[in-house]
Design a protein around this ligand. Sequence first.
Ligand code: M6P
Ligand code: ZN
Length: 187
Amino acid sequence: MSNSATVDLTSGYLHGDGIKESARTLADLANVFENEAARAAMPQNTVVYRVQSQEMVTEGTPGGLFFGTSNVMPGQVDGEYFMTKGHFHQHRETAEYYWCIQGKGALILMDENRSCWVEWMQPGTLHYIPGNVAHRLANTGSEVLRVGACWPADAGHDYGSIKEAGFSARLKCVDGQPVLVPVDEKQ
Ligand code: M6P
Ligand code: ZN
């Protein structure tokens, strides 16, 4: 197998044959932010994040690895930072590495008991996401947050559990600072 792809070490930008690219706009993120009415009132073609990946094997291949870069734009929906959808892995026991390349942000994590916590990100921080832990990125800065990722090709994405119950906390801008605010789950 020839190696015809490169990674720009300062931006994480992947270049070359077979690099997949996708974008999520505000239109794709219905019901992801707490204030759905505020999201719906914003320009729907606003890109919230872009993902590049190199997938050298078919998704699901045991033992394979995928490599990617997530680029989360700066922005907020009614005080909640722009963020990724977030997911558990379908194969719950599979782990993942994230590392921050550029910008400022947070890795929001939640275990299967719905305990939620944050790891702060700045260029060079390294983040091991254990199995059974849902993960989501939020950009708390004013430039693009660029994060590298490496995950098992057979991890899979379980978005359904997040769609149903969400994360148990939200990262909000309070007096100009990011604060992890628990969601009231009693109702
Ligand atoms: C990282 C990896 C990918 C993931 C992407 C976007 O690059 O974790 O597997 O798809 O971030 O995150 P999400 O799928 O939650 O939108
Ligand atoms: Zn993942």
